[in-house]
Design a protein around this ligand. Structure first.
Ligand code: HEM
Length: 308
């Protein structure tokens, strides 16, 4: 470990167990209070809820890592540009926080050595990235809001998310594919967050600027939510592809009209290929066949009773 790292960790460790005396006008307090509501909304997005339950497919997790890669690349490019700006410099912790390289290694693990030509920036990620570049060039103090939203969030929930992903995706315990979640140069996330909060509070900002930083943090949360919603939508089409892959009867030249369930549902309600696929999937499964037989037997019994 080099001298800078030990210096910041030494400084952070001074916060271990210390209770800060904070004023409601401190930026850290204004940010926590001002983003409370949108934080709850972010926690409740479908994508995040599914992730926490371990309902995450590898393809979607990979697309999430791609979105993070573009986001952190933009943010860290703008942080580098503004590292000596007096209203950002105290928050410049490249060794401890920066994620761009860790994400590059994660993507190499998932997509192989040609990963850079395999990935694309999605529309929601593009909007987030464009905003980061805009403020980095036009109003750098607002970078504080973006750094706060991502790094403080990562330090708060990273370890839990790492364990969930490791278990759900059966990734190696050695950490490949999950380097993003691992802050090697931060000894204590709790102490480091306290150091970061105190550095934010020492920035020389007037009340209006503090207000603008809080408003930008709310925007940053919303950008994240838009990326989550987009991933959730993408997940739906990945699910369909998997379903299609398991149904070659209709996908690869099979005749849909030969499905009896399709004919019945078309007559009753305009029917869909999807309903037919579900019915076929159920019938292909042994439990489905037993249930179907029981259902037919029950109908036959009812018909016999009715006509007797
Ligand atoms: C289910 C999802 C989430 C859960 C359960 C969660 C939970 C938490 C918890 C318990 C803390 C407090 C940590 C502490 O006081 O040390 C926290 C802080 C934070 N989280 Fe989340 N979080 C979630 C999602 C997010 C998302 C999506 C973002 C933004 C992209 C985010 C950003 C933050 C930030 C910025 C903080 C620092 C708050 C402060 O101390 O000022 N969180 N989170």
């Amino acid at each position: 470990m080099d001298k800078t790292q030990s210096a910041s960790n030494r400084e952070a460790s001074e916060y271990e167990g210390k209770v800060d005396v904070l004023s409601p006008e401190d930026l850290s307090e204004l940010l926590a209070a001002g983003t409370k509501e949108v934080h709850e909304k972010a926690e409740n997005t479908q994508f995040v809820k599914d992730f926490l339950r371990g309902h995450i497919r590898k393809e979607l997790f990979k697309l999430g890592a791609v979105a993070l890669y573009y986001t952190y690349t933009a943010m860290e490019e703008e942080i580098e540009r503004n590292k000596e700006h007096p209203l950002f410099a105290p928050l410049y912790f490249p060794q401890e926080l920066h994620r761009h390289e860790a994400l590059g290694r994660d993507l190499e693990y998932f997509y192989g050595p040609g990963w850079q030509s395999e990935i694309r920036c999605s529309p929601a990620t593009r909007r987030y990235v464009d905003r980061i570049h805009q403020i980095g060039q036009e109003d750098p103090v607002l970078l504080v809001a973006h750094a706060y939203t991502r790094y403080m969030g990562d330090l708060s929930g990273g370890q839990v998310l790492k364990k969930v992903a490791q278990r759900a995706l059966k990734l190696p315990a050695t950490g490949e594919g999950l380097e993003f979640y691992q802050f090697e140069a931060v000894h204590s996330a709790k102490a480091f967050k306290q150091l970061y909060r105190s550095r934010m509070n020492e920035l020389d900002l007037d009340p209006d600027t503090k207000h603008n930083v809080v408003a930008e943090a709310v925007k940053a949360f919303r950008f994240n939510m838009e990326v989550f919603d987009e991933l959730d939508e993408m997940g739906k089409s990945i699910q369909d592809e998997v379903l299609d892959a398991g149904m070659p009867v209709h996908g690869a030249g099979g005749d849909l009209s030969k499905c009896p369930y399709y004919a019945a549902t078309t007559a009753a309600s305009g029917g869909t290929e999807y309903a037919c696929q579900v019915a076929m999937a159920v019938l292909r499964h042994p439990t489905g066949q037993v249930l179907f037989a029981a259902w037919v037997a029950l109908l036959a019994g009812l018909a016999a009773w009715y006509f007797m």
